[in-house]
Design a binder for this molecule. Structure first.
Ligand code: GTP
Ligand code: MG
Ligand code: ZN
Length: 303
């Protein structure tokens, strides 16, 4: 039985081993976590203990309701943020909409049991033709059951569709560098001094690019988490069957395939490829699935 009752708190930022933990009264404490706890990340609920001097100690990691993970450079899975209920996948016409990255995030969200929302930001930069393209793209995601939004961080009214859906969710903003994740947070929390990157034409990434995953409480309940931009979100730790599960419409259509271990790449009587031919499954989503599948197994005959 436990004899000591340490206070509980929420990790609101993690700079490597150094954590910021907010206690029940809203005070923020600098902490380090006991080594045996492994990597403690933003969103984690913890027990902590003040020390006579220096940083407080995180002594216990409370059970995680959900965990977003990502492989590090050596391919080892590392936690990114915990206890999320929603992944807001942000893209924008500047630096460009990368559907492969969107589909990687969606597959990761499906596996982590986190709801995915697909948001296109910088709506203000779109001309009529580009707006049609964005609408068509978002339609694909809506038709398979994901919530989608087209917004702009430039004004409160243009961000309202997203802002209205945030309450009571723990949402993390993810996506490429420069799509406007921090700008969305700044627009929602005008009193905070959030670092916004000036989008540089050369690299597409800003001078004040976000480096720390940070938690912001919403007055209406729930929280919004800002995260550093990524180039890609590798999901090659998934096996082939798991990858297919990450593509909702493929998973649902696969029941009609002749082989129950069908990879949907080359097998005869494949219901998925038939659905792509009949335009019931988006050709672009299927192409992204094939690309990710071949990355799992580069020796595959159809690559
Ligand atoms: N026109 C327009 N520009 C925007 C909008 N939102 C953000 N920007 C600009 O896009 C650039 C990048 O914005 P950030 O908010 O720093 O992007 P980020 O996604 O947080 O980038 P990282 O922190 O590097 O991942 C800045 O110059 C912003 O002013 C928008 O809705 N419309
Ligand atoms: Mg940022
Ligand atoms: Zn198949």
């Amino acid at each position: 039985m436990k004899t000591t009752e340490n206070p509980t708190g929420r990790v609101i930022a993690n700079h490597g081993a150094r954590l910021l933990v907010r206690d029940a009264e809203g005070h923020i404490h600098r902490c380090v976590a006991l080594k045996k706890l492994g990597l403690v990340v933003t969103g984690d609920a913890v027990e902590w203990q003040p020390q006579a001097s220096g940083d407080a100690r995180v002594t216990q990691l409370l059970p995680r309701q959900s965990l977003l993970q990502r492989p590090d450079r050596r391919g080892k899975l590392k936690p990114v943020a915990a206890n999320l209920t929603r992944l807001v996948i942000v893209s924008a016409p500047e630096p460009g909409i990368d559907t492969l990255l969107i589909d990687q995030y969606i597959a990761a969200a499906e596996h982590a049991n986190i709801e995915a929302l697909i948001a296109v930001n910088k709506h203000d930069l779109l001309d009529a033709a580009q707006q049609d393209d964005v609408d068509a793209l978002l339609n694909v995601y809506r038709s398979i059951g994901y919530e989608t939004q087209c917004v702009s961080a430039r004004s409160t009214s243009a961000l309202a569709p997203l802002a209205d859906t945030l309450s009571n969710h723990i949402s993390i903003l993810v996506g490429q560098s420069g799509v406007g994740k921090s700008s969305i947070v700044q627009q929602l929390f005008p009193d905070l001094d959030i670092q916004i990157g000036a989008l540089s034409a050369a690299s597409g990434s800003g001078a004040h690019t976000t480096t720390v995953t940070s938690w912001y409480d919403l007055p209406s309940g729930g929280a919004l988490i800002d995260s550093p931009g990524v180039r890609q979100f590798a999901i090659d730790y998934l096996g082939p069957a798991e990858l297919a599960v990450g593509f909702r419409e493929i998973r649902e259509t696969a029941v009609g395939c002749r082989f129950n271990n069908c990879t949907h790449l080359h097998e005869p009587n494949c219901a998925v490829r038939a659905a792509v031919d009949a335009k019931h499954i988006s050709a672009e989503r299927y192409a992204n699935y094939c690309k990710l599948m071949r990355e799992l197994n580069p020796a595959h005959p159809s690559s």
